[in-house]
Write a protein that binds this ligand. Structure first.
Ligand code: GDP
Length: 483
Protein backbone atom coordinates (compact mmCIF):
# COMPACT_ATOMS: atom_id res chain seq x y z
CA UNK A 1 0.00 0.00 0.00
CA UNK A 2 1.14 3.48 -0.58
CA UNK A 3 2.98 5.02 2.33
CA UNK A 4 0.68 7.98 2.69
CA UNK A 5 -2.43 5.89 3.05
CA UNK A 6 -0.84 3.87 5.78
CA UNK A 7 0.53 6.77 7.79
CA UNK A 8 -0.35 8.05 11.17
CA UNK A 9 -1.56 11.60 11.33
CA UNK A 10 -2.59 12.69 14.76
CA UNK A 11 -2.56 16.40 14.13
CA UNK A 12 -5.58 18.43 13.27
CA UNK A 13 -3.48 21.31 11.97
CA UNK A 14 -5.27 22.88 9.09
CA UNK A 15 -2.88 24.41 6.66
CA UNK A 16 -4.07 26.62 3.88
CA UNK A 17 -7.50 25.13 4.04
CA UNK A 18 -6.25 21.61 3.82
CA UNK A 19 -6.29 19.40 6.83
CA UNK A 20 -3.30 17.15 7.28
CA UNK A 21 -5.71 14.27 7.75
CA UNK A 22 -6.66 14.48 4.09
CA UNK A 23 -3.28 13.09 3.14
CA UNK A 24 -3.24 10.20 5.55
CA UNK A 25 -5.55 7.95 7.44
CA UNK A 26 -5.52 8.14 11.16
CA UNK A 27 -3.66 5.19 12.52
CA UNK A 28 -6.05 2.62 13.82
CA UNK A 29 -3.93 1.96 16.85
CA UNK A 30 -4.39 5.56 17.90
CA UNK A 31 -8.09 5.81 17.25
CA UNK A 32 -8.92 2.38 18.64
CA UNK A 33 -10.47 2.36 22.08
CA UNK A 34 -8.18 -0.50 23.11
CA UNK A 35 -5.04 1.65 22.78
CA UNK A 36 -3.23 2.00 26.06
CA UNK A 37 -1.21 5.02 27.13
CA UNK A 38 2.23 3.54 26.56
CA UNK A 39 1.38 2.48 22.99
CA UNK A 40 0.03 5.94 22.39
CA UNK A 41 3.21 7.55 23.72
CA UNK A 42 5.42 5.26 21.66
CA UNK A 43 3.47 6.08 18.50
CA UNK A 44 3.54 9.81 19.17
CA UNK A 45 7.24 9.63 20.01
CA UNK A 46 7.99 7.79 16.75
CA UNK A 47 5.88 10.25 14.84
CA UNK A 48 7.69 13.17 16.48
CA UNK A 49 11.08 11.64 15.61
CA UNK A 50 10.05 11.09 12.02
CA UNK A 51 8.61 14.55 11.70
CA UNK A 52 11.91 16.15 12.65
CA UNK A 53 13.90 13.55 10.71
CA UNK A 54 15.57 12.09 13.78
CA UNK A 55 16.79 15.43 15.04
CA UNK A 56 18.04 16.76 11.72
CA UNK A 57 15.42 19.51 11.75
CA UNK A 58 15.01 22.03 14.53
CA UNK A 59 11.62 21.78 16.17
CA UNK A 60 10.96 25.47 16.84
CA UNK A 61 9.74 26.47 13.40
CA UNK A 62 6.34 27.97 12.80
CA UNK A 63 4.60 25.07 11.06
CA UNK A 64 2.35 27.09 8.78
CA UNK A 65 5.25 29.01 7.23
CA UNK A 66 6.56 25.79 5.72
CA UNK A 67 4.08 22.95 5.61
CA UNK A 68 6.37 20.59 3.75
CA UNK A 69 8.99 20.62 6.50
CA UNK A 70 6.68 18.76 8.82
CA UNK A 71 4.62 16.83 6.32
CA UNK A 72 7.28 15.44 4.01
CA UNK A 73 7.80 12.40 6.24
CA UNK A 74 4.21 11.37 5.51
CA UNK A 75 5.12 10.88 1.88
CA UNK A 76 8.30 8.88 2.32
CA UNK A 77 9.43 5.67 3.86
CA UNK A 78 11.33 6.64 6.97
CA UNK A 79 15.04 6.76 6.29
CA UNK A 80 17.14 4.02 7.89
CA UNK A 81 20.07 6.45 7.79
CA UNK A 82 20.12 8.47 10.97
CA UNK A 83 22.07 11.71 11.26
CA UNK A 84 25.01 11.46 13.66
CA UNK A 85 24.81 13.33 16.95
CA UNK A 86 27.84 15.32 15.83
CA UNK A 87 26.07 16.47 12.67
CA UNK A 88 23.03 17.43 14.72
CA UNK A 89 25.16 19.45 17.14
CA UNK A 90 26.90 21.20 14.22
CA UNK A 91 23.53 22.12 12.74
CA UNK A 92 22.20 23.51 16.03
CA UNK A 93 25.45 25.43 16.43
CA UNK A 94 25.13 26.72 12.87
CA UNK A 95 21.60 27.94 13.58
CA UNK A 96 22.97 29.99 16.47
CA UNK A 97 25.67 31.47 14.25
CA UNK A 98 23.11 32.30 11.60
CA UNK A 99 20.84 33.97 14.15
CA UNK A 100 23.75 36.04 15.47
CA UNK A 101 25.33 36.94 12.15
CA UNK A 102 22.47 36.75 9.64
CA UNK A 103 21.32 39.56 7.36
CA UNK A 104 20.46 42.99 8.65
CA UNK A 105 21.36 42.30 12.29
CA UNK A 106 23.78 44.51 14.23
CA UNK A 107 26.76 42.19 13.75
CA UNK A 108 26.02 41.80 10.06
CA UNK A 109 25.81 45.54 9.41
CA UNK A 110 28.99 46.31 11.33
CA UNK A 111 31.11 43.55 9.85
CA UNK A 112 29.90 44.00 6.30
CA UNK A 113 30.80 47.70 6.48
CA UNK A 114 34.27 46.81 7.79
CA UNK A 115 34.85 44.21 5.11
CA UNK A 116 33.82 46.67 2.45
CA UNK A 117 36.05 49.47 3.65
CA UNK A 118 39.20 47.75 4.93
CA UNK A 119 41.42 45.85 2.58
CA UNK A 120 43.02 43.20 4.72
CA UNK A 121 41.03 42.36 7.78
CA UNK A 122 41.83 38.92 9.02
CA UNK A 123 39.66 37.04 11.43
CA UNK A 124 41.43 35.08 14.10
CA UNK A 125 38.73 35.31 16.70
CA UNK A 126 36.28 32.41 16.44
CA UNK A 127 33.35 34.53 17.63
CA UNK A 128 33.62 37.07 14.80
CA UNK A 129 31.03 36.61 12.08
CA UNK A 130 32.41 35.31 8.79
CA UNK A 131 30.43 34.86 5.61
CA UNK A 132 30.13 32.52 2.68
CA UNK A 133 28.02 33.77 -0.18
CA UNK A 134 26.79 31.15 -2.63
CA UNK A 135 26.20 32.28 -6.19
CA UNK A 136 24.46 30.22 -8.89
CA UNK A 137 25.75 28.57 -12.03
CA UNK A 138 23.91 26.24 -14.40
CA UNK A 139 20.60 24.40 -13.92
CA UNK A 140 18.64 23.90 -10.71
CA UNK A 141 20.03 20.44 -9.97
CA UNK A 142 23.60 21.72 -10.29
CA UNK A 143 22.71 24.63 -8.07
CA UNK A 144 21.15 22.47 -5.38
CA UNK A 145 24.04 20.02 -5.15
CA UNK A 146 26.47 22.92 -5.01
CA UNK A 147 24.42 24.70 -2.29
CA UNK A 148 24.62 21.51 -0.21
CA UNK A 149 28.41 21.37 -0.69
CA UNK A 150 28.77 25.07 0.08
CA UNK A 151 26.71 24.65 3.23
CA UNK A 152 28.98 21.87 4.42
CA UNK A 153 31.95 24.17 3.82
CA UNK A 154 30.15 26.83 5.89
CA UNK A 155 29.58 24.31 8.70
CA UNK A 156 33.23 23.34 8.67
CA UNK A 157 34.50 26.89 8.75
CA UNK A 158 31.84 28.42 11.03
CA UNK A 159 30.70 30.81 8.36
CA UNK A 160 27.22 32.15 7.81
CA UNK A 161 25.97 31.00 4.42
CA UNK A 162 23.89 33.39 2.36
CA UNK A 163 22.49 32.57 -1.04
CA UNK A 164 22.21 34.94 -3.94
CA UNK A 165 18.78 34.04 -5.30
CA UNK A 166 17.39 36.13 -8.08
CA UNK A 167 13.69 36.16 -8.99
CA UNK A 168 14.04 32.83 -10.77
CA UNK A 169 14.32 31.01 -7.45
CA UNK A 170 11.94 33.10 -5.39
CA UNK A 171 9.22 31.07 -3.72
CA UNK A 172 10.69 27.65 -4.52
CA UNK A 173 12.08 26.78 -1.11
CA UNK A 174 11.25 27.53 2.50
CA UNK A 175 13.75 29.34 4.64
CA UNK A 176 15.93 26.56 6.04
CA UNK A 177 17.29 28.34 9.11
CA UNK A 178 15.47 29.42 12.24
CA UNK A 179 14.78 33.10 12.80
CA UNK A 180 16.70 34.75 9.97
CA UNK A 181 16.68 34.52 6.21
CA UNK A 182 19.39 32.81 4.19
CA UNK A 183 18.86 35.23 1.29
CA UNK A 184 21.62 37.69 0.59
CA UNK A 185 19.93 41.11 0.60
CA UNK A 186 19.77 42.53 -2.91
CA UNK A 187 21.21 45.80 -1.68
CA UNK A 188 24.33 44.06 -0.39
CA UNK A 189 27.54 45.46 -1.93
CA UNK A 190 28.51 41.81 -2.44
CA UNK A 191 25.48 40.98 -4.57
CA UNK A 192 27.78 41.62 -7.45
CA UNK A 193 31.32 40.29 -7.17
CA UNK A 194 32.96 42.37 -9.90
CA UNK A 195 34.91 44.48 -7.39
CA UNK A 196 36.05 41.47 -5.38
CA UNK A 197 39.51 40.01 -5.88
CA UNK A 198 39.60 36.45 -7.16
CA UNK A 199 41.32 33.54 -5.52
CA UNK A 200 43.01 32.85 -8.82
CA UNK A 201 44.57 36.32 -8.92
CA UNK A 202 45.92 35.92 -5.37
CA UNK A 203 47.51 32.63 -6.33
CA UNK A 204 48.97 34.21 -9.45
CA UNK A 205 50.39 37.07 -7.35
CA UNK A 206 52.01 34.52 -5.06
CA UNK A 207 53.57 32.84 -8.06
CA UNK A 208 54.88 36.16 -9.36
CA UNK A 209 56.33 36.83 -5.88
CA UNK A 210 58.26 33.58 -6.17
CA UNK A 211 55.83 31.76 -3.94
CA UNK A 212 56.21 34.09 -0.97
CA UNK A 213 52.83 34.49 0.68
CA UNK A 214 50.76 37.57 -0.19
CA UNK A 215 48.11 39.04 2.05
CA UNK A 216 44.65 37.69 1.43
CA UNK A 217 42.05 40.45 1.06
CA UNK A 218 38.96 40.90 3.25
CA UNK A 219 36.72 39.44 0.58
CA UNK A 220 37.55 36.89 -2.04
CA UNK A 221 35.77 35.30 -4.98
CA UNK A 222 36.26 31.57 -5.45
CA UNK A 223 35.31 30.12 -8.77
CA UNK A 224 34.89 26.41 -8.21
CA UNK A 225 33.06 25.67 -11.41
CA UNK A 226 34.48 22.83 -13.36
CA UNK A 227 37.31 24.04 -15.57
CA UNK A 228 39.89 22.00 -17.38
CA UNK A 229 42.87 24.10 -16.27
CA UNK A 230 41.89 24.13 -12.65
CA UNK A 231 44.95 22.58 -11.08
CA UNK A 232 46.96 25.58 -10.00
CA UNK A 233 43.93 27.24 -8.50
CA UNK A 234 43.14 24.25 -6.40
CA UNK A 235 41.32 25.38 -3.35
CA UNK A 236 40.89 21.99 -1.76
CA UNK A 237 44.39 21.87 -0.31
CA UNK A 238 45.45 22.25 3.27
CA UNK A 239 47.71 25.28 2.84
CA UNK A 240 44.96 27.15 0.97
CA UNK A 241 42.46 26.36 3.66
CA UNK A 242 44.79 27.61 6.39
CA UNK A 243 44.76 31.01 4.64
CA UNK A 244 41.16 31.07 3.48
CA UNK A 245 39.90 30.45 6.97
CA UNK A 246 41.03 33.95 7.92
CA UNK A 247 39.23 35.73 5.10
CA UNK A 248 36.02 37.21 6.51
CA UNK A 249 33.94 37.01 3.35
CA UNK A 250 34.11 34.44 0.59
CA UNK A 251 31.92 34.43 -2.48
CA UNK A 252 31.74 30.96 -3.94
CA UNK A 253 30.46 30.00 -7.34
CA UNK A 254 30.17 26.37 -8.21
CA UNK A 255 27.96 24.00 -10.11
CA UNK A 256 29.67 20.97 -8.60
CA UNK A 257 29.02 18.60 -5.75
CA UNK A 258 32.43 19.05 -4.14
CA UNK A 259 31.71 17.35 -0.81
CA UNK A 260 33.97 14.38 -1.61
CA UNK A 261 36.92 16.77 -1.83
CA UNK A 262 36.14 18.01 1.70
CA UNK A 263 36.46 14.40 2.85
CA UNK A 264 39.83 14.26 1.11
CA UNK A 265 41.20 17.51 2.57
CA UNK A 266 43.20 16.63 5.70
CA UNK A 267 42.20 20.00 7.15
CA UNK A 268 38.55 18.88 7.30
CA UNK A 269 38.71 15.14 7.04
CA UNK A 270 38.23 14.15 10.68
CA UNK A 271 35.37 16.50 11.22
CA UNK A 272 33.52 15.50 8.06
CA UNK A 273 33.90 11.85 8.94
CA UNK A 274 32.47 12.53 12.39
CA UNK A 275 29.51 14.30 10.80
CA UNK A 276 28.86 11.59 8.23
CA UNK A 277 29.64 8.22 9.68
CA UNK A 278 28.12 6.79 6.52
CA UNK A 279 30.22 8.69 4.02
CA UNK A 280 27.75 8.56 1.19
CA UNK A 281 24.88 10.06 3.16
CA UNK A 282 26.04 13.66 3.07
CA UNK A 283 23.53 14.89 0.49
CA UNK A 284 20.75 12.77 1.95
CA UNK A 285 21.09 14.58 5.27
CA UNK A 286 22.07 18.05 4.09
CA UNK A 287 19.52 18.02 1.27
CA UNK A 288 16.69 17.07 3.61
CA UNK A 289 17.86 19.76 6.02
CA UNK A 290 18.08 22.55 3.46
CA UNK A 291 15.54 21.96 0.73
CA UNK A 292 11.91 22.15 1.75
CA UNK A 293 9.36 22.98 -0.92
CA UNK A 294 7.65 26.32 -0.25
CA UNK A 295 3.93 26.19 0.50
CA UNK A 296 3.08 26.88 -3.15
CA UNK A 297 5.50 24.22 -4.41
CA UNK A 298 4.15 21.82 -1.79
CA UNK A 299 0.60 22.40 -3.00
CA UNK A 300 1.63 21.47 -6.54
CA UNK A 301 3.55 18.41 -5.35
CA UNK A 302 0.89 17.05 -3.03
CA UNK A 303 -2.00 17.75 -5.41
CA UNK A 304 -0.23 15.86 -8.16
CA UNK A 305 0.71 13.08 -5.80
CA UNK A 306 -2.82 12.66 -4.48
CA UNK A 307 -4.39 12.78 -7.92
CA UNK A 308 -2.09 10.31 -9.65
CA UNK A 309 0.39 8.49 -7.48
CA UNK A 310 -1.01 7.88 -4.01
CA UNK A 311 -3.17 4.88 -4.88
CA UNK A 312 -0.68 2.97 -7.00
CA UNK A 313 0.87 -0.21 -5.64
CA UNK A 314 4.25 0.92 -6.88
CA UNK A 315 5.55 4.29 -7.98
CA UNK A 316 8.26 4.34 -10.60
CA UNK A 317 10.14 7.57 -11.25
CA UNK A 318 11.61 7.83 -14.71
CA UNK A 319 13.90 10.75 -15.45
CA UNK A 320 14.78 11.10 -19.10
CA UNK A 321 17.46 13.74 -19.53
CA UNK A 322 18.63 14.19 -23.09
CA UNK A 323 21.93 16.01 -23.18
CA UNK A 324 22.19 16.25 -26.96
CA UNK A 325 18.65 16.38 -28.32
CA UNK A 326 19.76 17.35 -31.84
CA UNK A 327 22.04 14.39 -32.38
CA UNK A 328 20.03 11.84 -30.37
CA UNK A 329 16.76 10.74 -31.98
CA UNK A 330 13.83 10.24 -29.60
CA UNK A 331 13.35 6.68 -30.82
CA UNK A 332 16.86 5.78 -29.71
CA UNK A 333 16.25 7.17 -26.23
CA UNK A 334 12.86 5.47 -26.02
CA UNK A 335 14.46 2.13 -26.89
CA UNK A 336 17.06 2.68 -24.19
CA UNK A 337 14.36 3.42 -21.62
CA UNK A 338 12.32 0.36 -22.58
CA UNK A 339 15.37 -1.90 -22.67
CA UNK A 340 16.31 -0.77 -19.20
CA UNK A 341 12.90 -0.94 -17.58
CA UNK A 342 11.65 -4.13 -19.22
CA UNK A 343 14.92 -6.05 -19.03
CA UNK A 344 15.17 -5.30 -15.31
CA UNK A 345 11.49 -6.07 -14.76
CA UNK A 346 10.68 -2.60 -13.55
CA UNK A 347 7.95 -2.45 -16.17
CA UNK A 348 6.16 -5.32 -17.94
CA UNK A 349 6.10 -6.10 -21.65
CA UNK A 350 2.97 -5.38 -23.63
CA UNK A 351 1.39 -8.32 -25.43
CA UNK A 352 -1.08 -9.02 -28.19
CA UNK A 353 -4.73 -8.97 -27.17
CA UNK A 354 -5.30 -12.63 -27.96
CA UNK A 355 -2.72 -13.79 -25.39
CA UNK A 356 -3.82 -11.44 -22.70
CA UNK A 357 -6.81 -13.25 -21.21
CA UNK A 358 -5.02 -16.27 -19.82
CA UNK A 359 -2.22 -14.22 -18.23
CA UNK A 360 -4.12 -11.50 -16.53
CA UNK A 361 -7.22 -13.47 -15.52
CA UNK A 362 -5.05 -15.66 -13.24
CA UNK A 363 -4.38 -12.75 -10.98
CA UNK A 364 -6.55 -12.21 -7.95
CA UNK A 365 -5.72 -8.57 -7.69
CA UNK A 366 -4.57 -6.26 -10.38
CA UNK A 367 -1.34 -4.51 -9.51
CA UNK A 368 -1.17 -0.91 -10.58
CA UNK A 369 2.14 0.79 -11.19
CA UNK A 370 2.23 4.54 -11.64
CA UNK A 371 5.10 5.85 -13.73
CA UNK A 372 6.12 9.43 -13.17
CA UNK A 373 8.01 10.67 -16.21
CA UNK A 374 10.24 13.71 -15.78
CA UNK A 375 11.59 15.08 -19.01
CA UNK A 376 11.82 18.28 -20.97
CA UNK A 377 10.12 16.41 -23.81
CA UNK A 378 6.42 15.50 -23.46
CA UNK A 379 6.74 12.84 -26.17
CA UNK A 380 8.39 10.35 -23.83
CA UNK A 381 5.48 10.31 -21.41
CA UNK A 382 2.98 10.29 -24.28
CA UNK A 383 4.69 7.35 -26.03
CA UNK A 384 4.82 5.28 -22.89
CA UNK A 385 1.24 6.09 -22.04
CA UNK A 386 0.00 5.15 -25.50
CA UNK A 387 1.95 1.91 -25.39
CA UNK A 388 0.38 0.80 -22.10
CA UNK A 389 -3.06 2.14 -22.89
CA UNK A 390 -3.47 0.20 -26.08
CA UNK A 391 -2.19 -3.21 -25.03
CA UNK A 392 -2.34 -5.44 -21.96
CA UNK A 393 0.85 -6.44 -20.18
CA UNK A 394 2.38 -9.88 -19.80
CA UNK A 395 2.13 -9.71 -16.00
CA UNK A 396 -1.39 -8.39 -15.95
CA UNK A 397 -0.19 -5.25 -14.20
CA UNK A 398 -1.85 -2.00 -15.06
CA UNK A 399 0.60 0.73 -15.94
CA UNK A 400 -0.42 4.34 -15.60
CA UNK A 401 1.85 7.03 -16.95
CA UNK A 402 1.98 10.66 -15.87
CA UNK A 403 4.26 13.46 -16.88
CA UNK A 404 3.77 16.68 -14.91
CA UNK A 405 5.60 18.92 -17.37
CA UNK A 406 7.30 19.07 -20.75
CA UNK A 407 9.11 22.35 -21.11
CA UNK A 408 10.79 21.43 -24.44
CA UNK A 409 13.97 23.24 -23.54
CA UNK A 410 16.02 24.33 -20.54
CA UNK A 411 15.26 27.92 -19.64
CA UNK A 412 17.41 30.20 -17.54
CA UNK A 413 16.27 32.86 -15.07
CA UNK A 414 12.70 31.67 -15.30
CA UNK A 415 10.79 31.21 -12.08
CA UNK A 416 7.89 29.13 -13.43
CA UNK A 417 10.29 26.84 -15.25
CA UNK A 418 12.36 26.33 -12.10
CA UNK A 419 9.23 25.60 -10.10
CA UNK A 420 8.35 22.82 -12.56
CA UNK A 421 11.85 21.43 -12.31
CA UNK A 422 11.70 21.46 -8.49
CA UNK A 423 8.26 19.77 -8.51
CA UNK A 424 9.58 17.09 -10.89
CA UNK A 425 12.68 16.46 -8.79
CA UNK A 426 10.66 16.20 -5.62
CA UNK A 427 8.02 13.90 -7.13
CA UNK A 428 10.79 11.66 -8.46
CA UNK A 429 12.18 11.50 -4.94
CA UNK A 430 8.87 10.06 -3.72
CA UNK A 431 9.18 7.02 -5.98
CA UNK A 432 9.60 3.46 -4.81
CA UNK A 433 11.88 2.69 -7.77
CA UNK A 434 13.88 5.31 -9.59
CA UNK A 435 15.42 5.37 -13.05
CA UNK A 436 17.58 8.40 -13.86
CA UNK A 437 19.97 9.47 -16.54
CA UNK A 438 23.61 9.12 -15.57
CA UNK A 439 25.56 12.30 -14.88
CA UNK A 440 22.43 14.37 -14.35
CA UNK A 441 22.43 16.44 -11.16
CA UNK A 442 18.63 16.69 -11.54
CA UNK A 443 18.51 12.95 -10.88
CA UNK A 444 21.02 13.23 -8.00
CA UNK A 445 18.74 15.58 -6.10
CA UNK A 446 15.84 13.13 -6.41
CA UNK A 447 17.88 10.09 -5.40
CA UNK A 448 19.49 11.88 -2.45
CA UNK A 449 16.28 13.29 -1.02
CA UNK A 450 14.46 10.02 -1.54
CA UNK A 451 17.07 7.59 -0.22
CA UNK A 452 17.00 5.81 -3.55
CA UNK A 453 19.65 3.96 -5.49
CA UNK A 454 18.51 4.55 -9.04
CA UNK A 455 18.94 2.59 -12.21
CA UNK A 456 21.21 4.79 -14.27
CA UNK A 457 20.37 5.08 -17.94
CA UNK A 458 23.41 5.18 -20.14
CA UNK A 459 24.08 8.72 -21.33
CA UNK A 460 23.55 8.61 -25.09
CA UNK A 461 24.86 11.52 -27.06
CA UNK A 462 24.13 10.42 -30.60
CA UNK A 463 22.31 7.85 -32.69
CA UNK A 464 23.61 4.75 -30.91
CA UNK A 465 22.51 1.84 -28.79
CA UNK A 466 24.07 0.64 -25.61
CA UNK A 467 23.93 -2.60 -23.70
CA UNK A 468 23.25 -2.77 -20.86
CA UNK A 469 20.86 0.13 -21.20
CA UNK A 470 21.23 0.93 -17.52
CA UNK A 471 23.07 -0.18 -14.40
CA UNK A 472 22.11 -0.02 -10.77
CA UNK A 473 23.75 2.79 -8.82
CA UNK A 474 25.56 1.56 -5.71
CA UNK A 475 25.01 4.70 -3.69
CA UNK A 476 22.45 7.45 -3.38
CA UNK A 477 25.14 10.11 -3.07
CA UNK A 478 25.64 12.52 -6.01
CA UNK A 479 28.64 11.76 -8.15
CA UNK A 480 31.73 13.94 -7.87
CA UNK A 481 32.06 14.93 -11.51
CA UNK A 482 35.38 16.71 -11.36
CA UNK A 483 37.61 15.20 -8.72
P1 GDP B 1 21.53 18.40 -15.25
O1 GDP B 1 21.94 19.36 -16.32
O2 GDP B 1 20.81 17.21 -15.76
O3 GDP B 1 22.68 18.05 -14.37
O4 GDP B 1 20.43 19.11 -14.32
P2 GDP B 1 20.20 20.64 -13.98
O5 GDP B 1 18.96 20.68 -13.14
O6 GDP B 1 21.41 21.26 -13.42
O7 GDP B 1 19.91 21.37 -15.35
C1 GDP B 1 18.89 20.96 -16.19
C2 GDP B 1 17.75 21.98 -16.22
O8 GDP B 1 16.94 21.72 -17.40
C3 GDP B 1 16.78 21.84 -15.05
O9 GDP B 1 17.15 22.59 -13.94
C4 GDP B 1 15.48 22.30 -15.68
O10 GDP B 1 15.51 23.69 -15.81
C5 GDP B 1 15.58 21.71 -17.07
N1 GDP B 1 15.13 20.30 -17.07
C6 GDP B 1 15.87 19.23 -17.45
N2 GDP B 1 15.17 18.08 -17.30
C7 GDP B 1 13.96 18.44 -16.81
C8 GDP B 1 12.79 17.70 -16.43
O11 GDP B 1 12.72 16.48 -16.50
N3 GDP B 1 11.74 18.43 -15.95
C9 GDP B 1 11.79 19.78 -15.85
N4 GDP B 1 10.70 20.40 -15.38
N5 GDP B 1 12.86 20.51 -16.21
C10 GDP B 1 13.95 19.84 -16.67
Amino acid sequence: MSKVLGKIENGTTTTEGRSATTIGLKNESITSSTTNDSTMHAVIHDDYKEKFLDGLLASEFDETSCISRLQSHLYRKSSPHKPSSYLISKLRNYEEIHTRCGPNGKAYNTIMAKILHSKNIKVDDASTCKYLIWTPANGLGNQMVSIAATFLYALLTNRTMLVRFRKDKQGLFCEPFLNLTWLLPEKSPFWNQDHVETYQSVIEKEKANKNSKVDFPSSLFLNLQYQANFHEKFFHCDDSQALLIKVPLLILQSDQYFIPSLFMTPFFNKEVEAMFVEKDMAFHHLGRYLFHPSNSAWRLITNFYQAHLAKADEKIGLQIRVFNPISTPQEVIMNLVLNCTIHNKLLPKVIDMKNSMSTSSDKNKTITKAVLVASLYPEYGENLKTMYMNKPTDTGEVIEVYQPSGEEKQKFNDNKHNMKAWVDMYLLSLSDVLVTTSLSTFGYVAQGLGNLKPWLLYKLTNNETHFPACVREFSMEPCYHAP
